[in-house]
Design a protein around this ligand. Structure first.
Ligand code: ADE
Length: 252
């Protein structure tokens, strides 16, 4: 998969390339990642990328020409027709489903906005406008990094264990708790059920935790879910524990 970004702060993306899962995906060649400086696609001597807004108002607007120059150059260089994303707080909300859909594309280009916004004509050559949440960042770079990191986890081969991408939200339930050694730390104990090796019970315990967390923290996700048999069994056990005045961790 090829992912490209155009930005006025290419160096910000060093933070994405440097470490962890994404770095390994680059090293193994599963993801081909390129970052381009928007200023290299300006037509003037001073490499100006912004200008005053027509109609007045505060702040500056990112100019239309550099984005079009970049896309013209990109398409002729790679003879391709990538899926183009503009990062903007006005976009559709990015989530795990969007990440999975994007991971299926062969080629993505992220255009990062800055200042008060980008000239609306940039939107005409974009396939999707995406936002990572209801807050305004000073630019789209961090948002692009969040999206690229999240979607790359769904690209086959990026995670060693394919199952690891089946984490929170994949199945519209939040994740269960995780523990490693020591068994006890400052009086806080690892739940007994995880130490006993009964895999059926561990599965039930984890499913109960996922159901409980989702109901308490994200009832909106829980309401969207079609309950399966495993869910129903977990709910029965949860209610039983509740009736006995016990916590999930106290499951026998
Ligand atoms: N640019 C500024 N804020 C943003 C956000 N919340 N999501 C995507 N791009 C942005």
């Amino acid at each position: 998969m090829r992912i490209s970004v155009v930005t006025i702060f290419p160096e910000m993306f060093d933070a994405l390339k440097c470490c962890g899962v994404f770095r390994r995906a680059l090293e193994s060649g599963i993801i081909d990642f390129m970052v381009f400086n928007l200023r290299d696609f300006t037509d003037d001597r001073h490499h100006v990328v912004d200008d005053y807004p027509f109609g007045g108002g505060p702040g500056m607007v990112m100019k239309v020409e550099p984005f079009y120059n970049f896309m013209d150059w990109y398409k002729s260089k790679f003879s391709s027709n990538p899926f183009v994303i503009l990062t903007t707080p006005q976009g559709k909300r990015f989530n795990s489903d969007v990440a999975r859909q994007l991971a299926e594309k062969e080629e993505l280009v992220f255009l990062c906005g800055r200042y008060e916004g980008v000239d609306e004509r940039v939107v005409n050559m974009v396939d999707e406008e995406l936002s990572i949440g209801d807050y305004v960042l000073s630019g789209g770079e961090l948002a692009a990094m969040v999206m690229i990191e999240a979607l790359s986890r769904f690209v086959p081969g990026v995670l060693g264990d394919e199952d690891s991408s089946r984490d929170s939200f994949y199945n519209e339930l939040l994740d269960h708790s995780h523990y490693t050694r020591p068994r006890e730390f400052r009086g806080m104990k690892v739940p007994d059920v995880l130490l006993k090796g009964d895999h059926e019970k561990i599965r039930l315990f984890r499913h109960m935790e996922r159901i409980k967390r989702t109901i308490l923290r994200r009832p909106d996700l829980f309401l969207k879910r079609d309950l399966n048999l495993e869910d129903k069994k977990a709910i029965i056990q949860l209610v039983r524990l509740l009736a006995e005045g016990k916590k999930v961790e106290e499951m026998e």
